[in-house]
Write a protein that binds this ligand. Structure first.
Ligand code: CP3
Length: 348
């Protein structure tokens, strides 16, 4: 007998139903901290090609589920497949991260197009379809994309780790021009996420890793507005599908993000104060987070104490346990096993 997907613990949490313990998963739960990931990864030199190979992407998505009883699996892919699909040159250089041929003018922008989006993403949709058949029946399947602001930072800066001066000045000084890039990303990202749901994704997460770069009206315009439009587009097609936003580094702006974007859940980074989140955010939406990923590297009593504090302080309201940012490659897999054990034994 197959269980009704609505009964999955992960999905029940969004309906604010009483659950015996909070559901949990970890950002980057598939990846380089797992030897079995490295083994499959070594069979394809290009990271993007790896993401576009359904057999391999499916396999590495499932790997962490064989070790740990996570309540959700996240599609294995990357946020930078969107600029790739739009026609920008994107490469992952070993040891250096992503490198893109920067887009900084309307002329460069006019070379990009959504025309081939779905053809380009066909292998990703195929991975989602395979996963929806292959994951354990109690596990939820999360689809994802980068938020327009974060994807645009890579598109304009050309790589990570910059001071964001190119994109910040384009956005502030020539907003009509910059809007064209953001509109394109809103359109492509909405269509891409809707198609992921159509192929079996049950929850969507929108990663806005660099939201914290913006303040004031710039935050409203380039973080909140585009995210709200994507949430609206997904909800117009699939009103029941929960959307989690992860506006990392937003500080006090987390509150307006939750109020204005329409997300069902919000991912908290490790800097967010737990009492503040319980008081200001949880009455408005589900919160997810927020263990420091370095504490997961350390493990031991310090990690255990913090995990219990998070469970106690956030466990009273709608809550999904996660990290404050993705697992780093140095993480000992046994620390993840210990974390899973603590959460599974937790009684409210
Ligand atoms: O398990 C999962 O969480 C799903 C897979 C996933 C990846 N990237 C795989 C990946 C997800 C959800 C992402 C999102 C992503 N990608 C974000 C947003 C979340 C965050 O972590 O802030 C961002 C900013 C990117 C862009 C990106 N991709 C960078 C900067 C890098 C290089 C840095 C690094 O960690 O090496 C990547 C590459 C990448 N994406 C890897 C993985 C497993 C490592 C590449 C490899 O295995 O060779």
């Amino acid at each position: 007998m197959t269980i009704d997907s609505r009964d999955k613990l992960f999905l029940r949490a969004f309906r604010n139903e009483a659950t015996e313990r909070p559901p949990f998963w970890l950002m980057r739960q598939a990846g380089r901290y797992l030897p079995e990931y490295l083994e499959v990864r070594a069979t394809t030199s290009s990271f993007l090609e790896f993401c576009y190979t359904p057999e391999k992407a499916t396999e590495v998505t499932l790997q962490p589920l064989r070790r740990y009883n996570f309540d959700a699996a996240i599609l294995f892919c990357d946020i930078l497949v969107i600029p790739d699909a739009l026609g920008q040159k994107v490469q992952f250089v070993k040891g250096e991260g992503p490198q893109l041929e920067p887009i900084r003018t309307v002329e460069e922008l006019s070379a990009l197009s959504v025309e081939n989006l779905h053809d380009h993403m066909a292998p990703v949709y195929e991975t989602v379809s395979r996963l929806s058949k292959e994951i354990p029946e109690t596990t939820a399947l999360i689809g994802f994309a980068g938020a327009p602001w974060t994807v645009a930072t890579y598109m304009v800066e050309g790589r990570g780790g910059t001071d964001y001066s190119n994109i910040k000045s384009w956005a502030a000084d020539r907003p009509e021009e910059f809007s064209k890039l953001m509109d394109l990303l809103v359109e492509a990202t909405s269509a891409y996420l809707i198609e992921q749901v159509r192929h079996g994704a049950e929850v969507i997460q929108v990663f806005d890793t660099w939201a914290g770069v913006l303040k004031g009206d710039q935050y409203d315009k380039w973080v909140i507005e585009p995210t709200r439009r994507i949430v609206d587009a997904v909800k117009a097609e699939f009103g029941e599908v929960p959307v989690i936003g992860f506006p990392k580094g937003s500080g006090p702006l987390y509150e307006t993000y939750v109020e204005k974007t329409g997300v069902d859940g919000v991912g908290l980074d490790a800097d967010v104060d737990l009492d503040w989140a319980a008081e200001k955010l949880q009455p408005k939406c589900l919160v997810q987070g927020n263990l420091d990923n370095q504490l997961l590297v350390k493990g031991g009593p310090e990690m255990e104490k913090r995990v219990k504090t998070i469970l106690t302080k956030l466990g009273k309201g709608p809550f999904i346990f996660n990290l404050g940012h993705g697992i780093v490659p140095e993480t000992p897999p046994e620390n993840v096993a210990r974390l899973a054990e603590i959460i599974h034994n937790w009684k409210k």
